[in-house]
Design a protein around this ligand. Structure first.
Ligand SMILES: Nc1ncnc2c1ncn2[C@@H]1O[C@H](COP(=O)(O)OP(=O)(O)O)[C@@H](O)[C@H]1O
Ligand SMILES: [Mg+2]
Length: 234
């Protein structure tokens, strides 16, 4: 479904990704882990078109997307739920969700998608008319996820979903991510909570200083000595 091949990405003259390759199959849940500053967000931005790689390619459903504008990539079915939630704080929950459905394809099916999002996150239905800024941290994160789903993505990328959430809420959020795969959505999950990420992912990639240093099935990686020491604190 998604094939990232040998990309090099820069911020002006500073190289942030070095020959990164990664693939995600249909309905797969793939985790991307790595320390602060490793390049995880940069990789998501490169896939969603917010940043264009200097070389290498990104293919989605057999289409070359690495030089496409971000809005076209959303239209093709890639959704990026960015770090720090980035909600429209002075708009209601419902209005925030509507904003997620701005593509042609999604706008026509808005009501149907909204119903599905309400099923996944019942609290968003309850809070429909509240301003986003009045939601709790966990509810805001659910709204960000719900908004990401309103574009009816085939691939959804989540950046640091559990960041700043109490453990019990983080657990809830991971449980929801797990259910999304049952809805035919492939997921790329960026997490610092490596233990949880490996628990729910099929496969994982480890990024260090802009390079993929390890990849494999999650189960095998949880037994890997480097992972145990560096990321699981064992
Ligand atoms: N907008 C930017 N301009 C310049 N450098 C950046 C920018 N965003 C990130 N970087 C640098 O790129 C590297 C990777 O950052 P990032 O992708 O945000 O890492 P992560 O998400 O894994 O914490 C870091 O060295 C960071 O300082
Ligand atoms: Mg980041």
């Amino acid at each position: 479904m998604l094939q990232v091949s040998n990309i090099n990405s820069f911020y002006r003259k500073i190289q942030a990704l070095w020959g990164v390759s990664l693939r995600i199959d249909e309905k797969e849940l793939v985790a991307l882990i790595g320390a602060n500053g490793a390049g995880k967000t940069t990789l998501l931005k490169t896939i969603s078109g917010l940043l264009h790689p200097a070389s290498g390619s990104v293919q989605f459903l057999d289409m070359r997307i690495d030089q496409m504008p971000a809005h076209s990539i959303v239209e093709l079915g890639v959704s990026h739920v960015s770090e720090g939630r980035r909600l429209f704080q002075d708009m209601t929950v419902r209005e925030n969700l509507d904003m997620g459905a701005y593509t042609h394809k999604a706008w026509n099916k808005k009501e149907e998608t909204l119903e599905r999002v309400h099923q996944i996150f019942p609290i968003l239905k309850v809070r429909s008319r509240q301003l986003a800024r009045t939601l709790s941290g966990g509810e805001q994160q659910m709204l960000a996820m719900g908004r990401g789903l309103m574009s009816r993505p085939r691939l959804c990328m989540f950046d640091e979903l559990s960041y700043g959430l109490a453990p019990i809420l983080a657990k809830e959020v991971f449980k929801i991510v797990k259910t999304l795969r049952e809805q035919d959505i492939a997921i790329l999950l960026v997490e610092q909570n490596v233990r949880h990420a490996l628990e729910i992912a099929d496969r994982a990639y480890v990024l260090e200083n802009g390079r993929i240093v390890l990849e494999g099935e999650s189960r095998g990686l949880s037994e890997n000595e480097l992972i145990k020491q560096a990321y699981l604190g064992l």
